[in-house]
Write a protein that binds this ligand. Structure first.
Ligand SMILES: Nc1ncnc2c1ncn2[C@@H]1O[C@H](COP(=O)(O)OP(=O)(O)OP(=O)(O)O)[C@@H](O)[C@H]1O
Ligand SMILES: [Mg+2]
Length: 153
């Protein structure tokens, strides 16, 4: 069940990367994430949004859409650009694969390891949609043992 869906459109500019992180982290307080989990979400969002800016729009103008929802107790983050798209998604997800000199090719690796689910829909000229989901892992167990919660702050 989707309780509600928050939609935000950000101009594709490096200044808006921090804003995207703050928006998602603030939304994530609706769930019982630990501080460490919230940091992982923040990194994953950062990687997805920076890919839109750098690769999707080639550092030029464009709109990045964030859609946030709680779906069956999990955070869902959707990051959409209408940029150039990815010709081969499976290849793009491989560790160290990059089309940009000097980059590490680790963005999708971070998204995959820090979130529970990652799906990427893209094609040349079709833009890119990245859907990520994460559930608070220690939900329901001894809070003291699980570490500080973002909702405690
Ligand atoms: N939104 C996007 N639009 C177009 N191409 C993309 C997009 N996101 C990723 N890609 C393509 O997938 C490749 C791999 O992305 P990934 O984030 O894993 O590595 P990177 O961005 O190249 O390097 P890093 O994230 O480590 O700085 C990119 O080099 C790019 O070719
Ligand atoms: Mg990247």
């Amino acid at each position: 069940m989707v309780e509600e869906r928050v939609k935000v459109e950000l101009p594709s500019r490096p200044e808006n990367l921090a804003l995207a992180r703050v928006i998602v982290t603030a939304f994530a307080t609706r769930l019982d994430f630990t501080v460490a989990e919230a940091e992982e979400i923040s990194v994953a969002v950062s990687e997805a949004v920076s890919n839109c800016i750098i690769h999707g729009y080639g550092n030029g103008p464009g709109i990045i859409r964030l859609e946030l929802a709680v779906v069956d107790g999990a955070l869902e983050v959707v990051v959409i650009d209408h940029g150039q798209g990815i010709p081969d998604v499976d290849r793009a997800k491989q560790p160290s694969y990059t089309t940009c000199d000097g980059r590490m090719g680790l963005g999708f690796v971070f998204m995959e390891s820090f979130m529970d689910e990652l799906s990427v829909n893209s094609g040349p000229g079709q833009g890119t949609t990245v859907i990520m989901r994460k559930r608070p892992e220690q939900e329901g167990i001894d809070r003291a043992a699980a570490g500080q919660r973002i909702s405690d702050q």
